[in-house]
Design a protein around this ligand. Sequence first.
Ligand SMILES: NC(=O)c1ccc[n+]([C@@H]2O[C@H](COP(=O)([O-])OP(=O)(O)OC[C@H]3O[C@@H](n4cnc5c(N)ncnc54)[C@H](O)[C@@H]3O)[C@@H](O)[C@H]2O)c1
Length: 452
Amino acid sequence: MKIGVIGTGYVGLVTGTCFADSGNDVICLDIDADKVERMKKGEVPIYEPGLNRVFERALREKRLTFTTDLEKTFRESETLFLCLPTPPGANGQADLSFVLSVADKLGELFNEYPGYKIIVNKSTVPVGTADKVREKIASKTDAEFDVVSNPEFLREGAAVEDFMKPERVVVGTRSERAAEAMTALYEPFVRSGNPIIIMDERSSELTKYAANAMLATKITFMNEIANICERVGADVDNVRIGIGTDSRIGKRFLFAGIGYGGSCFPKDVQAIHHTADEYGYNFRILDSVMKVNESQKLSIVEKMKLFYNGNLQGKTVGIWGLSFKPETDDIREAPSLYITEQLAKLGVKMKAYDPEAIKTFQDAASDVTLANMEFMNDRDSVIEGVDALVICTEWNEFRRPVMDRFAKVMKEPVIFDGRNLYDLKRAEESGLIYISVGRPSVNVHKSKMATV
Ligand SMILES: NC(=O)c1ccc[n+]([C@@H]2O[C@H](COP(=O)([O-])OP(=O)(O)OC[C@H]3O[C@@H](n4cnc5c(N)ncnc54)[C@H](O)[C@@H]3O)[C@@H](O)[C@H]2O)c1
C-alpha cells in the first residue's frame, strides 16, 4: 500500500518506519524542515530503542522517504495517517487546530486530485473528531473518501516492539471498504492472533482515552496506597505483590513513584475530563487523579524539606534521570521538570545526568532551573561532593551502582529515591540514609520526620 504519514514525531516516525518495514511505500511529512533534512540524511531525530535498525533498512530499501510537501504526499498516498500533536488547550481540552487545519488542506487537495483515499486519525483526539475531519474535507470536495479512527497504544521506550506486535489494533469506521483496507494493512502485525477490533468511530476515539485514564488511575491509586504506607509504617512493595497476584488486579502498573508524566497521560486525562464536562458529566474520579498526581510529583521535595528542617538553601543535590521514564529522551511533563524547578527556587544547586534526555531537558526547563543546574556526562560524577541524591527516572544504569561509593564520595550518603530502586536491607547495610516512596526510611531517626 502507498502510505502517507503527516506529522513525523514519536508516533508518526515509528508508524511510518514500521509500515515501511512490512513492505509498504511510505512518505513521511513534517513541517519541521530541519528535522526532515536530518531524516533524509539517515538520522533518527528521537531516541527510541530498536528504531535505528528498522529505519536504516527501510531507507536503504527506498520504502521510506521524507518531505515537507503536502501536495506530493497526498498525490503519492492511498491512505494518509494523521500523527499530529493534540496538546492541551487552556481548559485542558485537546487542541485540534493541528488536525483540523491539515484536514482543511486535504479537502482542497481532494478537490484538485479526486480519487478514493482513507484519512486515518492516529493522533489521540476527542470523541467526534472523525466527524469534524469528515465535515472539513467534505466542505471542500465531492471526492470519495473515508475518515477512520485508529488510536495508537505504543509506549515510548518500547514503541517499535509495541507497533510491531500490538496487543490489539483498534479501528473505528463504519465503512466496509475502509475496514477491509485497514485490516489488510495491519494483518502482518497480528499474525500471532492478537485482534484487530473494528468498531464505530466514537467508541474507538473514546477507547484511547479510557485506556490512558484507567492506567493513570491505576498508578495514582498505588501512589495513594504508598502515601498511606508511609504513615502507617507499611511497605508498598509488599502490598503491591500482595494485591498484584490477584489476577483481577494484575501485576503491571502497580509501582509507586513520583507521579505519572509524559506526553500522553497528563493531557489525555485532562482531555477526557473536559469532554465529560462538555457533555454535562462530572468525571469525579479523574478530578482526584489529577490532584493527587500534581502533589505526588512534588512529594519528594516535601520529604527533602522535612529532612532538612525546611532549609535547603545552599545545598548541592545530584539528580539521576530527567526523562519521564527510562528508554526515552522525552521529557514532556516529566516529574524531573517540576522537582528541579522547585529545588532551584529553594536555593538548591544541582548536578544532573540522564543517558538520553539532557538536550531535551535543556530545551524545555525554565531559566531559573537551568541557572541552578550543571549537566554531567555520567552517573558517577553526579554524586561527587553532593549533599544528597534525588532519583527521578529508573534507567537501568541507576539500579546497580557500587553501593559503598555513595558514602565515600558524597558529603553525606542521603538518597531520595522517587522510583524505589534499592532493596531496603542493602541500603541499610551500605550505610545509606535512604528515603523512598511508600517504604520505611532507612537510617533516618524516627523523630526527624514523621512520615518519611
Ligand atoms: N508519544 C506517544 O507515546 C503517543 C502514544 C500514543 C498516541 N500519541 C498521540 O499521537 C499524537 C502525536 O504525538 P507525538 O508524541 O508523536 O507528537 P510529536 O510532538 O512528537 O510529533 C508531532 C509532529 O507533528 C509535526 N507537525 C506539527 N504540525 C504539523 C503540520 N501542520 N503538518 C505536518 N507536521 C506537523 C511536528 O513538527 C512533530 O514532528 C498525539 O495526539 C499524541 O497524543 C502519542
